[in-house]
Design a protein around this ligand. Sequence first.
Ligand code: F6P
Length: 344
Amino acid sequence: MNTPRLGIGLKAFLGANVPADLASVLCALAEASLPVAHLIRRGSLGGALDAAVGPAHDGIAQTALDVFADKSFVHGLKGSGVRGVVSEERDDPVKIDRDGALLVAIDPLDGSSNIDANVTIGTVFSVLDAPAGAFEGGQFLQRGMRQRAAGLVVYGPHFSFVFTTGEGVRIATLDPDANEYRVLDRVPLIPAESNEFAINAANSRHWPGPVKRYIEDLLEGDEGPRRRYFNMRWIGSMVADVYRILIRGGVYLYPEDSRPGYERGHLRLLYEANPVAFLIEQAGGAAIDGFRRILEVEPMNLHGRTPLIFGSKGKVERIARYYREESVLTNESPLFARRGLLRR
Ligand code: F6P
């Protein structure tokens, strides 16, 4: 049997390879994730983690674990050089250190609907430079291409701290014996080819035309225009889908749709789409909102939503082409926008 390699401790890795200001905030985030990871690992022994607590936030009930994770990260960032935090769990941004030079946008607990089911959940974060001037929420409204770092914590069968500072993607795995993340030498590049796609098919009747057309092509498998079989995977925790796509390739779609409240999709630009897009691009993939590269989208407000499509580059480019073709056909000649006429 091969002896597994023991990776470098995350702190030591960050100290040697990453600018000091980013190393400080990444270490603080990794540290803050440990009590969250511990609680998740204990499952129902740690209490009813999925219990609704406090008032509903943006129409969705906050769970005990959402609140615990939010407090752990906000508290853990104190003293790490961060001026303020915007969290999915709070309407308003929180001031941390007046002299901090960085901002953090975070979804402390992604995939809350999976807590009771013992399915992978996670944390998503984005790190930006704090502009000059006293702290205020408008400082977070920067395009994703200005992110200095981004990452995920994946609480799955094993726990991983996945991050980028703009020089590829690294994955650190939690060593449960030492309670420390270790960086192994694997730097994933998203495979260009994959048979997997991820979308919530329950919403298919509400999807926009280009997404309907793309998924219909895949579902036709080897009898359809793609001439091969595809497999669907939808976990319901974006972090888990991101992790799988980093490792195995594929594509994830949460498009805009015709349900009230979903006109701009479901995911948040600042602390879900932007960090994921940064990671995915750093791993050789692509991320768009249908027409635009996610990292170029101008945020309009702190909790604004965006359609999100990311994964293997060729797949994302194909979907972007379907969007362009549909917009040309529907704008110039709605008669020709029927699916059969759009086939290659
Ligand atoms: O709110 C974020 C999120 O839970 C993602 O983690 C997940 O991919 C998606 O929403 C699931 O949404 P739905 O329940 O509509 O399929």
